[in-house]
Design a protein around this ligand. Structure first.
Ligand SMILES: Cc1cc2nc3c(=O)[nH]c(=O)nc-3n(C[C@H](O)[C@H](O)[C@H](O)COP(=O)(O)OP(=O)(O)OC[C@H]3O[C@@H](n4cnc5c(N)ncnc54)[C@H](O)[C@@H]3O)c2cc1C
Length: 379
């Protein structure tokens, strides 16, 4: 004869809770409106057993977050100017957006002390302060801003699936991608020591601070050539550091750089060290990789222009990308190749890469998402 398995009190309670939870969910799937009242009244009845209620809540949270996907109308991935602007527009349009901030809440601008060119700040603004303003504005309209990194996506079905920190599964009707891009660096110690004190990866952002001074630009592509030409209009002298004996930039850009009397090109040259003191960069030590000869150049600004890496690895194989792995959006819109997935900001912009252009495209993404959801009857 089989002996019945004896359950202790705690196991019995857990079992009861699970049955109770699934009963609630069962009713919910048939009568969404009634359930809220049902849940409320049921909770009312059992509220005389506080321990029981706490257990139910605890289990519900675990089951909801670990087993069942959270359902979202509009998910925003990334919290730079593009993500926050999308959040402001989406929340004001009633899309109840949820934003996951990623590993760098506030995005790239949180690494700079001075933003002088974002409209609305006549005296300039500290990068982190500006991003806090954007966050506050998005929250004011109800955006649910959360910590967490999107680690996996599955856009093959509707709703779209996104996993946060490899554990939490979300199902979103529309997804706005605003994961930005990161500047590539040479790996020199001075790049960290003097970041914001003479070292920059953006001539358009920081060139103004080096007017009538001597600066260097590292790189040999179109971006480096453009940054050197841009800086030559502001600075006294621009040293262009090129690793090989030729440039990758288009012929027209090369010609422009070579003809500019303010630009001196150092061929076959690599930066050995960024020199400086407590006030910032004072110079660089260059090494000719053919002759081994070194020389020191006095300058105050060091611009690294060797490219950016868009943060798109988790979208590979699902969203169309260009050769540099930037997301491709339809011309004049934020639509990607997958319906209901929109991209904005630096993650889809290899050309302008400015806070204001990122913010502008964030607005486009929210409007595109809102119109798409409405057309599909999801909003
Ligand atoms: C030092 C510096 C100074 C600059 N100065 C200026 C300036 O003065 N003026 C100007 O106009 N521009 C400036 N820029 C450029 C400007 O910062 C960018 O153009 C702008 O931040 C791009 O905004 P974004 O929203 O597209 O992306 P980002 O600002 O790059 O933000 C990307 C966001 O996505 C998040 N994210 C990434 N991957 C994931 C993921 N898997 N899951 C969830 N979240 C994720 C990150 O945590 C981050 O919050 C500067 C850039 C730098 C680096």
């Amino acid at each position: 004869m089989m002996t019945p398995i004896k359950m202790d009190k705690r196991t019995q309670k857990v079992k009861l809770c699970v049955i109770f939870f699934f009963f609630i969910r069962f009713v919910q799937s048939y009568k969404t409106n009634v359930i809220i009242k049902t849940q409320k009244s049921l909770f009312g009845i059992v509220s005389i057993f506080p321990e029981f209620c706490r257990l139910v809540n605890f289990l519900e949270r675990i089951i909801c977050y670990k087993i069942m996907a959270e359902k979202i109308k509009c998910l925003i991935i990334g919290s730079g100017p593009a993500g926050y602007t999308a959040a402001i527009y989406a929340s004001r349009a009633g899309l109840q957006p949820i934003m996951y901030q990623g590993g760098q809440p506030g995005g790239q601008l949180t690494t700079t002390t001075e933003v002088d060119n974002f409209p609305g700040y006549p005296h300039g603004v500290d990068g982190p302060a500006m991003m806090q303003d954007l966050e506050n504005q998005a929250k004011r309209f109800g955006t649910d801003v959360r910590f967490g990194l999107a680690t996996k996506v599955d856009f093959s079905s509707q709703p779209k699936k996104v996993w946060i920190d490899d554990t939490t599964e979300l199902e979103a009707d529309a997804v706005i991608i605003a994961t930005g891009a990161s500047a590539k660096w040479l790996g020199l110690e001075g790049e960290t020591t003097f970041n914001g004190l003479g070292v920059s990866a953006c001539a358009v952002c920081d060139g103004f601070f080096y007017r009538n001074q001597t600066v260097a630009v590292v790189g040999a592509g179109d971006t480096a050539a453009e940054e050197a030409s841009y800086l030559a209009n502001l600075c006294e002298k621009v040293h262009m550091i090129v690793r090989r004996d030729e440039m990758r930039a288009s012929l027209i850009m090369q010609e422009r750089v070579k003809k500019n009397p303010k630009i001196e090109i150092h061929w076959n040259s690599e930066t050995e060290e960024i020199l400086g003191d407590a006030n910032g960069v004072t110079g660089i030590r260059l090494k000719n990789n053919q002759t081994g000869k070194t020389e020191e150049i006095a300058l105050t600004g060091f611009f690294v222009a060797i490219g950016h890496q868009p943060n798109t690895s988790i979208f590979k194989g699902q969203l169309d990308m260009d050769t540099q792995e930037y997301l491709i959006t339809e011309k004049g819109s934020s639509r990607t190749n997958i319906e209901g997935v929109f991209a904005c900001g630096d993650v889809q912009d290899s050309i302008y890469r400015q806070a204001v252009t990122a913010a502008g495209s964030g607005c486009m993404a929210a409007l595109d998402a809102e119109r798409w959801l409405a057309a599909k009857g999801l909003h």
